[in-house]
Each structure stands twice: as structure tokens, then as C-alpha cells.
Ligand binder design. Sequence first.
Ligand code: ZN
Length: 304
Amino acid sequence: MKKLLTLLLIISVSIGFSQNKIILVIDAGHGGTDPGNLRSDTGLKQEKDLNLSMALQFGEYIETYLGHQVETIYTRKKDTFIELNDRIKIANDIKANYFISIHCNSSTKPEVFGTETHIHNLNTKKSSELANMVESQFKNRAGRNSRGVKLKTDRRFNLQVLKDSKMPAILVETGFMTNKQEEKYLNSEKGQDLIASAIFRSFRNFAKKNHNISMRTPEKMDTIAETKPVWKIQIMASTGPVGLSNPDFTSLNKTIEEVKIENPTTPFNYKYYVGIYKEKKDAKQGLKEVRQSAFGDAFLVKFD
Ligand SMILES: [Zn+2]
């Protein structure tokens, strides 16, 4: 009987563990009656709108590539006003694991440009690790001018959101709206995509290191952000996650991308891809090779 109880305990513990998703709160700074930093021209967007679209894009990457392991919660998904205290209260109340706030910066000096990631809370060590990863992605992968990780001494009023967080929390200043060139970049689709994918990669790498999550995401997220359409080779669709250590997969000797389809129209809500190609003729060549493997029915999918 004791053995059985022990066994049941182990089973329930492991089930509980496997269902434990990482809870990530994404906070698009400002909103509603609070526009944040003002645009320099009516053809451009206010800070609150830039923050929102980058936050949503970042969340979309999380949901697409890590959705089965990370639960994404937004403080706002629309142009609404939310008190600073309420933003962090949302995260504290649901016992979120991480809080990422997205903003655009300003300076009295128009020549100042670049990214900053701010930290200030009780979990400074993890916050600092994540913040450093974000700045490193900006600098090394997105080609931005990284101004580095900033501490509480640099804190301005909008950073008080970090003060009361009970979890590792960072505030990303994605660029200066007071710098003409950077304001243009922040307003561009390409700029927004590069920023969102850089923050995504940082979080993905951080989660892999700290939570040992499994994941296969495109090797060249930057390329995806920059150029569309692209072609990928779909090798399989499945009603549930297939382990990426499956021998058929490993025998391919390629990076497998696992994608969970939200609101699937068929029961096959997991799709598996290899390769990413800008040119269709290269994709066709890749397909030829893949079809000689265990995946004779593989086919090309175009992503616009
Ligand atoms: Zn702001």
C-alpha cells in the first residue's frame, strides 16, 4: 500500500510539473489617455501605439514557438489606460514568473539613440541575466546601438512599474523617439519585427537555460523578420507533440521547427517544419533531399 501511495504521489507530481507553464506577463507601456512620448509628426505613431504593436508581435512569437510551454498574459491588448500599480498587480496576483514591459525612450538631446533595458526589483539577479540577454540580442543580432542594462539609479517615473514586482522584471526601452532616424525605425514594420524577434530570442534562450524548455525555432528569426515570403518544408502534422528526439527527426540531421497551431481547423494541431528559404527554387531542392528520408510525403509551405 505504501508503495502504491508513493507511486501515485510520483505520478501526480510529474503531471503537475508537466502542466506547469511559465507565466509571462507582457506589458505594453502607456495607453489610452496616456500617450507616453509624443510623435514628432502626425504621420507617425505615439509611444503607446508603438509599444502595443511591438508587445503584440513579441507575444505572437512566444505563442507560435513556445505556446505549449509559456502562458502569455498581456496587461493590455488595446489602446486602454491602465494605472502603473495595476500593471504589476496583475503579474503579482497571478504569480507570474516574468514581467516584460515595452517602451520607447526620449531625450532632450536629439542625437542620443539606442536601446536600454532597465531592472529594479527583489529578483535582480535573474532580471539582470534576462536584461543582459536582451541587450546582447539587440547589439549582436539586430544591429542596434545598445546603451546597456540600466539600474535603479537611472530610473525615471515610468520605471516604477518594476519596483513592486515579486518576480524577475525588466523594462525594455526599444529606442529613442527624439532621434529622427530611430523614430522612423521604430515606426517601420521591419524595425518593429526586428525588435520583437530580438526580445523573443532573448526570452527563449533565457527560458531554455533556466527552465530547460524544449524548443525548435527558426535559426534565422532575423531573416524571417526582414524578408517575406519564405518557404518551409512541412514534414509532419500531428494531433499531439511528437518528441523532437524521435529517431525519424534526428536521422534528418536538420533543425526541426515545432509549431503549435492555435485554433486549428483540423485535429492536427502540431506541425513540423525543416528549412527556411527565401527562394522557391532553393526550397524545391531542399524538399527533394527531405523526400529521400523518412518523410517521403513532405511538401512546401509558403509564409507570406
Ligand atoms: Zn514609456
